[in-house]
Design a protein around this ligand. Structure first.
Ligand code: PEP
Ligand code: MN
Length: 337
C-alpha cells in the first residue's frame, strides 16, 4: 500500500499518521521527495481500511498494491486448484460440461434430460429446485421435491448434481447434492457464504449481475476463509445498457480471473445471453478465452419449459456443441476430463 502525503503537512501530523499505521502492526517506509512524502506500507494490509486512511486530512492519495483477497489469490497459490466432483476433475487441464434444465419440473423431465446430456458428454447434471425469480407470481421451483427428483436422476444415471441454494435454512436438504450453486443474486449474501465456508463441498459461485471482478473474488474469499477451498467461479453475464441480450457476457473476465486466482472458471452462456441461438457461439468463444468448463441449460421441450425456455437448447444441439468444443480443446491445451 502506498500513501502520498500532502506537501503542506507538518512533521507532527506526519508522525501521528505513521504511528497510527505502525500501531496496526505494519511497517512504514518514509521516502521524502522534493514535492511530497511517500509512505510505503509493508505487511498484511488486507485488514486495513484504505478509505479511512484516505480520509485523513494530510493524505493526498492512497493506493493498494496487494489485492485484498489471499486464499483465492494466485500469488500465494500458483498451481491451479483441481476439484474432484464425483470422479470428474474440474480445473487445471480439465474441461467439463455441466448441463440440464433451468428447473427440475418432473421426474420424467429431469431423468430424460439427465440421460441425454450424459450421453452427449456432460459430467454434472444441473437442475434448479429453489428458483430466484424476479416475479413472485412466476414458477418458484419444486423446492424440496425438486431436490428429491434431482437426486433420483443422480441415482438413475450416476451423474453428480448441482443445484442452487437460496437460504441457509435449506442447507440440510443439500446433504447429497454434489456441488452447491450460489446464484448471481446471492453472490453477496455474506451470511450464506460464511455458512458454505464451513462445509467441505464444492461451491459454484456465480458472478453477481452488477459486481466487479474484485467483489466476486472477495465473495470467494468469504467461502475460502472458512476453510472450504473448493470454489468454482462462473461468469454468467453482467448488466449493461444493451437490451438485445439478457445480460452481456464479460468474456474478458475469464482470462483475467484465471490470472488473478487459481480457482476453476466456468462460463454460463445461457443466462449471459438469454437466447438459445447464441449459446453455441458464446460457448466456443468461452473455450477460446480459457474457460475450464461450461454450464448450459438443456431442456427436452424448451417451448413448454417452466423457466428460461428461450435460452434453453435441446439435447441434440447440446451434443453438437460438445463435439465442436472437443475440436477446440487441443488448441487451448485442455482435455475433456
Ligand atoms: C440459474 O443458474 O438457474 C440461475 C438462476 O442463474 P443466475 O444466478 O446466474 O441468474
Ligand atoms: Mn435459468
Amino acid at each position: 500500500m502506498i500513501i502520498v502525503v500532502k506537501k503542506e503537512s507538518d512533521e507532527s501530523q506526519l508522525n501521528s499518521l505513521v504511528n497510527w499505521i505502525k500501531g496496526l502492526g505494519l511497517e512504514v517506509n518514509v521516502s521524502r521527495g522534493e514535492n511530497s512524502v511517500i509512505l510505503g506500507i509493508v505487511g498484511d494490509t488486507s485488514l486495513v481500511d484504505a478509505d479511512l486512511i484516505g480520509s485523513v486530512g494530510i493524505v493526498e492519495k492512497i493506493s493498494r498494491i496487494q489485492e485484498p483477497y489471499k486464499a483465492a489469490n494466485r500469488k500465494f497459490h500458483p498451481e491451479d486448484t483441481v476439484i474432484n466432483v464425483g470422479g470428474n476433475l474440474i480445473g487445471g487441464k480439465n474441461f467439463q460440461f455441466i448441463a440440464g434444465p433451468c428447473s427440475v419440473e418432473s421426474e420424467e423431465q429431469i431423468i430424460a434430460v439427465a440421460k441425454a446430456v450424459k450421453a452427449a458428454g456432460a459430467a454434472v447434471l444441473r437442475g434448479g429446485a429453489f428458483k430466484p425469480r424476479t416475479s413472485p407470481y412466476a414458477f418458484q421451483g419444486l423446492r424440496d421435491a425438486g431436490i428429491k427428483l434431482l437426486l433420483e436422476a443422480k441415482k438413475e444415471t450416476g451423474m453428480p448434481v448441482i443445484t442452487e441454494i437460496m437460504s441457509v435454512e435449506h442447507l440440510d436438504l443439500f446433504e447429497d447434492v454434489d456441488v452447491i450453486q450460489v446464484g448471481a443474486r446471492n453472490m453477496q449474501n455474506f451470511e450464506l457464504l460464511r455458512e458454505l465456508g464451513r462445509l467441505r463441498k464444492p461451491i459454484f459461485l456465480k458472478r453477481g449481475l452488477a459486481n466487479t471482478v474484485e467483489e466476486w473474488l472477495m465473495s470467494a474469499e468469504y467461502i475460502m476463509s472458512g476453510g472450504n477451498t473448493e470454489v468454482i467461479l462462473c461468469e454468467r453475464g453482467i448488466r449493461t445498457f444493451e437490451p438485445y441480450t439478457r445480460n452481456t457476457l464479460d468474456l474478458s473476465a475469464v482470462p483475467l480471473v484465471k490470472e488473478k486466482t487459481h480457482l476453476p472458471v466456468f462460463v454460463d452462456p445461457s443466462h449471459a445471453s438469454g437466447l438459445s441461438r447464441l449459446v453455441s457461439p458464446l460457448s466456443l468463444a468461452a473455450v477460446g478465452a480459457g474457460a475450464d468448463g461450461l454450464i448450459i441449460e438443456v431442456h427436452n421441450d424448451p417451448e413448454r419449459a417452466l423457466c428460461d425456455g428461450a435460452q434453453s437448447i435441446r439435447p441434440e444441439k447440446f451434443a453438437e456443441l460438445v463435439q465442436k468444443v472437443d475440436y477446440m480443446l487441443p488448441l487451448v491445451g485442455k482435455i475433456r476430463g
